[in-house]
Design a protein around this ligand. Structure first.
Ligand SMILES: CC(C)(COP(=O)(O)OP(=O)(O)OC[C@H]1O[C@@H](n2cnc3c(N)ncnc32)[C@H](O)[C@@H]1OP(=O)(O)O)[C@@H](O)C(=O)NCCC(=O)NCCS
Length: 146
């Protein structure tokens, strides 16, 4: 199945991406809406995945650089598209952007069930499991090489 991934600013994609974010995090996973929609999106670089018709099938974000550390979050793929490489392609695009701006390390708070996805992408688990928004999470890190 065909899809494409691009990078975008929130102002240009917000209306198209919000429904997927809400469907996955709020409806599917039960995250409170006010925690899901924080005020950081407009400061982030976003990955956008679209199917052949241009429908949004995936989203994720890279937070502003902080002392050489890039933070990735809000990775979500539409249920019908999971397991087809969309998440990996979006993560690759976000990591390439982080590397290009000089980040040395990527850190993220992975939902525990998604940790194997980040394992596959070369991330290492750091420390103990903790709860965020009622969901078990684990911190994961990956060094970026030039
Ligand atoms: C986690 C998520 C973004 C992964 O996206 P995806 O498009 O399904 O992942 P991909 O198809 O690109 O998978 C890449 C690799 O990770 C593996 N993988 C993906 N999800 C996995 C999971 N939950 N458990 C084990 N392995 C997984 C795939 O098998 C694949 O392995 P391969 O390289 O050997 O083929 C997606 O499942 C999702 O949106 N989940 C709901 C929202 C969510 O929990 N987001 C994560 C918040 S931290």
């Amino acid at each position: 199945m065909e899809f494409r991934v691009s990078l975008a600013h929130w102002a240009d994609i917000a209306e198209r991406v919000r429904p997927l974010r809400l469907a996955v995090f709020v409806v599917e996973q039960g995250v409170p809406a006010h925690l899901e929609m924080d005020d950081r999106d407009r400061h982030c670089l976003h990955a956008l995945a679209e199917d052949a018709s241009g429908a949004v099938i995936g989203t994720g974000r890279l937070l502003p650089q902080d002392a050489g550390v890039g933070r990735v979050g809000r990775m979500a793929v539409a249920p019908d598209w999971r397991g087809k490489g969309v998440g990996a392609a979006m993560l690759d695009a976000l990591l390439a952007a982080a590397r290009a701006r000089g980040d040395l390390l990527i850190e993220l708070h992975a939902q525990l069930h998604a940790a194997p996805f980040y394992d596959r992408a070369g991330f290492a688990r750091v420390g103990d499991v903790y709860e965020e928004a009622g969901i078990p999470h684990i911190t994961m890190r990956r060094a970026l090489t030039a």
